[in-house]
Design a protein around this ligand. Sequence first.
Ligand code: HEM
Length: 418
Amino acid sequence: MAADPALAERFDLKHLPDAFYDDPYPTYRALREHAPVKRLPDGGVFLSRYADVVAVYKDAATYSSDKHEEFSPKYGASPLYEHHTTSLVFNDPPLHTRVRRLIGGALTPRHIAAMEGRLVDRVDHLLDAIAAQGPGAEVDLIAAFASAIPVEIIGNLLDVPNEERAPLRDWSLAILGALEPALSEAQLEQGNRAVREFLRYLEGLVERRRAAPGDPEVDVLTRLIEGEGGEALSAPELLHNCIFLLNAGHETTTNLIGNGLACLLEWPGEKERLVAEPALVTRAVEEFLRFESSNQLGNRITTRATEIAGAALAPRTQVTLGIGAANRDPEAFPDPDRLDITRAPNRHVAFGSGIHQCVGMGLARLEGRVAIGRFLARFPRYRFAAPPVRARRARFRGHARLLVVADPIPSTPQETSA
Ligand code: HEM
């Protein structure tokens, strides 16, 4: 059956109906089928087909990541404007290249493998706390598990002292929340306040780190402070890219873990397969990333007149990349609305593609694999205690609450006989 053309006709990123936040996929399908280069009321376009999204990612000269033009009317002269236009993800080379090299050098496969031991300890500690609540207890997997893992990992990466990590998640949620296509005054205000507070905090941390540098091999903050080849970042570049890094790895990875654990409950056959064969977790994580991409939208602006899928784009056209839509395109993924934890090949664009492809994807994959794999080994019979509650966000797809009953399986002979 063809998708409803009215869904494509009505689509406006800045005015999304409630149903879209619960399930955007019927709309994405309608767009792919009826309006793959959808003209939006604000003059921009929305791309929903895999081939078009990949083509844009691969052509950074025609499709710029610079956001000065887009964010100026959105944020005015404000901390949010300064923050988002200074971070590497929203810049083109050369700033992008310099910062990316500095961060990437501390996130090689060797560095990531070295993080696994601490991550496993942290995950097991959280699982112990869930088990300690006893049989039948209801647990919010976002608050008690998924959100508690990335904050530690990213905190370790910049060596933020443990006792200072508490505000990081709220700052991050507020700053990334301000990237939503449509914003309320309250969201703007919260975002600006979070940037101000985060900057104040980081100024102190940078001062302390300058006085007592860490090991640049593993400490990303020391790497960013020292720069490379005598080319240090300016003070605002340094601070805003630290904020970006602390944010980039938070909500996205929380949502990967939450989306994965919710998907398994919604697809019990796939859950049973994974419980029976835990080694499938690596491929399962790729499928969660495709099926419920934590980051659903990307943005570019055309630097010149161009054409995509036969549609002409004027210079300075804002282009929204439908990552979540592309990852359900039947041209790229057979039976795309089915969760298949052994899907192969699975060339999803959940981490983007091209020169801005996610620097932290190795780390995100590790976190997803360890968190979901160890949770399932410990609580294979977990079940929903209430319908999951989606966060009302179009860009970062995840849950506000994921209430489950997580009865542990007995782990020792004594417990079994008790
Ligand atoms: C499931 C988790 C994650 C998802 C889905 C995700 C997704 C993405 C996407 C789609 C981009 C490309 C943006 C663009 O092209 O405009 C990106 C960039 C980036 N991500 Fe991630 N990310 C995740 C986790 C992480 C983690 C854990 C870190 C940090 C350790 C991180 C750091 C970055 C950085 C620094 C960039 C900018 C790269 C650049 O502009 O060259 N991400 N991410």
